[in-house]
Design a protein around this ligand. Structure first.
Ligand code: OXD
Ligand code: MN
Length: 586
């Protein structure tokens, strides 16, 4: 017996009887355990070492070439009633889901070790945290979970105290894409994932637990589990505002979360609390407070360099696991846009040949503990979390969306969030560069019907008196010849400064049909070298284009049928009416 909790012990026994592993290992989360797993993976070839002088304690993992991203088309929500999953999810009945998965898991761990990973999403002492146990046959998953979650003995103690936990069962199986599924059973607080060893498919604490299952729990319990980074912005006067930002995958959340202020704003400080997930809870004072359920990062590597994200560049030079990057002749990790060194071997270990495509896989990743980050916030471990001043939505839009605007109210902000859309990237399997709607950046992650999710968001207006303001940003606007109009990266702080000053009722803005937009002079562009004409374009909206956007959004919202909240459609109608008035005047 490895635990005092009979429910946990009997689940592990049942899984072991079904999957028939060689041995069972209960993870303690200690450094020695991590090192011994690393040694074992070096021997088996699952990992290789990288240059020990320049990248101490860094390792490379090459995943199966057919297993390089999240697989949304193989990810399912299993609820009794199909409508509860909604058209935003693939659905299967719980009975069919279990039958399918149980057949795959039958005997799948023969010859392998079954690892039991108790973990806590959120600070161990926080009332906002929730625990889970992942059973896996992948030592790579265990090592990643050690870096990304609070896992091991302390989590087990909390689980034993509370008695409830999310059950995540994972096996890499044969890595056959035909035998790969990720199933969620939210009513049972359980997850079954088979056939992938990659990222969000396999590290079940992240997308599966902290977003899909947690969003379902959050609706029942009156909070929000969101695909948001959390960052603290400290002004020269010493005031810190915390903001939570939701952007679709690979839109620069990690870069924004650890932004380095530009020279012009060098007296600002930026503190990272999280780069991917925020759990937002109403507190006793009527504000929303956030905790990051994770304690590490699983970030996209290509594009990371000293200029785009110096903090990330530095933090991945030690104690990191790289997955699917290329290597140099000196055995350093290499990726596109690293701006240092040259690839000798590509992500599949072949001698580098540009004819084979990029050297690093476009969705190659680093895994590091958050404490590696030079801008790590002391409050990332605070049980009470941080109060949120602003929620920021955004996407990758070449056209249409201005640099930034503020929603007129919480309810209008929910419409703005529901209207989030972005051009697709390599983080998900499928075509790259097509616009897809990604409400609140939760399309792949909302564990229930989006229509009910929007109602849940709207309901906060009645229950939380001091809600944050809601904004929308677009760093990715392009000119007709494909040049980015806004420099992005550290310079985004200039936009965040406007957002904060709006929260403090200090910054100017003009009211438009789509919300409050800054005048060009409301954003600090000193030393930016950006033309007045470009700023004018970035801070204005084309009424006809936005009208088309609203019509298309309205159709999308209505496609959810009767469950779509009437209030959301009313907000869309209000914006349309204001646009029509403006177009009639023009
Ligand atoms: C991620 C994603 O990996 O959103 O964070 O795809
Ligand atoms: Mn993400």
């Amino acid at each position: 017996m490895m635990t005092q909790l009979p429910a946990l012990q009997s689940w592990v026994d049942q899984v072991a009887a079904h999957t028939r592993p060689l041995a069972i290992h209960w993870c303690t989360g200690s450094e020695e355990e991590y090192q011994s797993l690393i040694e074992q993976m070096l021997v088996s070839g699952t990992l290789t070492t990288l240059n020990e002088k320049t990248y101490p304690n860094c390792y490379l993992h090459r995943s199966d070439p057919d297993d390089v991203a999240r697989v949304e088309h193989l990810t399912f929500l299993c609820t009794q009633n199909e409508d509860d999953a909604g058209q935003n999810n693939n659905w299967m009945s719980p009975a069919d889901g279990h039958a399918k998965m149980d057949a795959l898991f039958d005997g799948c761990m023969e010859g392998r070790i079954l690892y039991v990973i108790p973990y806590c999403m959120g600070p161990i002492e926080s009332p906002y945290s929730r625990c889970g146990v992942e059973i896996t046959d992948s030592p790579y998953v265990v090592a990643n979970m050690k870096l990304m979650t609070r896992m091991g003995s302390a989590a087990l103690q909390r689980i034993e105290r509370e008695g409830t936990f999310v059950r995540g069962l994972h096996s890499t199986g044969e890595l056959d894409p035909e035998r790969r599924f990720i199933m969620h059973f939210p009513d049972e607080l359980s997850i079954k994932s088979y056939g992938s060893g990659y990222g969000g498919n396999a590290l079940l604490g992240k997308k599966c637990h902290a977003l899909r299952i947690a969003s379902y729990q959050a609706r029942e319990e009156g909070w929000l589990a969101e695909h948001m980074l959390i960052v603290g912005l400290e002004s020269p006067a010493g005031a810190i505002h915390y903001i939570a930002c939701a952007f679709p995958s690979a839109c620069g959340k990690t870069n924004l979360a650890m932004l380095i202020p530009p020279e012009e704003l060098h007296d600002w400080k930026v503190w990272t609390l999280g780069d991917d997930i925020a759990w937002l809870h109403p507190d006793d004072t009527g504000k929303l407070r956030a905790v990051n359920p994770e304690s590490g990062y699983f970030g996209v590597v290509p594009g990371t360099n000293r200029k785009t994200n110096k903090n990330a560049y530095d933090m991945i030079m030690h104690d990191a696991i790289f997955t699917n990057v290329a290597t140099t002749a000196d055995n350093e990790p290499w990726w596109e846009d690293k701006k240092d060194g040259a690839p000798a071997f590509d992500w599949q270990g072949r001698p580098y040949d540009p004819a084979n495509g990029p050297a690093a896989h476009p969705n190659s990743r680093f895994t590091v503990a958050a404490t590696n980050n030079p801008s790590y916030s002391k409050l990332a471990d605070a049980p009470e979390g941080v109060p949120i001043s602003a929620i920021v939505f955004g996407g990758r839009r070449k056209t249409v969306a201005p640099l930034v605007f503020e929603a007129k109210s919480w309810k209008h902000g929910v419409l703005v969030g529901a209207g989030t859309a972005s051009e697709t990237t390599a983080a998900m399997v499928g075509e790259v560069g097509v616009i897809r709607r990604d409400p609140m950046a939760m399309k792949p992650f909302c564990g229930y019907n989006f229509a009910d999710y929007w109602s849940h968001w709207l309901s906060f207006e009645d229950t939380v008196p001091h809600l944050p303001k809601i904004f929308h940003v677009n760093w990715f606007r392009q000119s007709e010849d494909g040049e980015f109009l806004w420099p992005g990266f550290g310079e985004n702080l200039r936009v965040l400064q406007w957002i904060i000053e709006r929260c403090e009722h200090r910054a100017g803005a003009g009211e438009t049909p789509i919300g409050f937009l800054p005048h060009p002079e409301d954003i600090d562009t000193i030393d930016l070298g950006i033309s007045a004409e470009t700023m004018e374009l970035l801070t204005s909206v084309d009424a006809q284009q936005w009208r088309d956007e609203m019509i298309s959004l309205g159709k999308y919202l209505e496609s959810y049928g009767d469950r779509t909240p009437a209030e959301l459609m009313r907000q869309q109608q209000l914006v349309l009416a204001a646009l029509d008035k403006e177009l009639a005047r023009a």
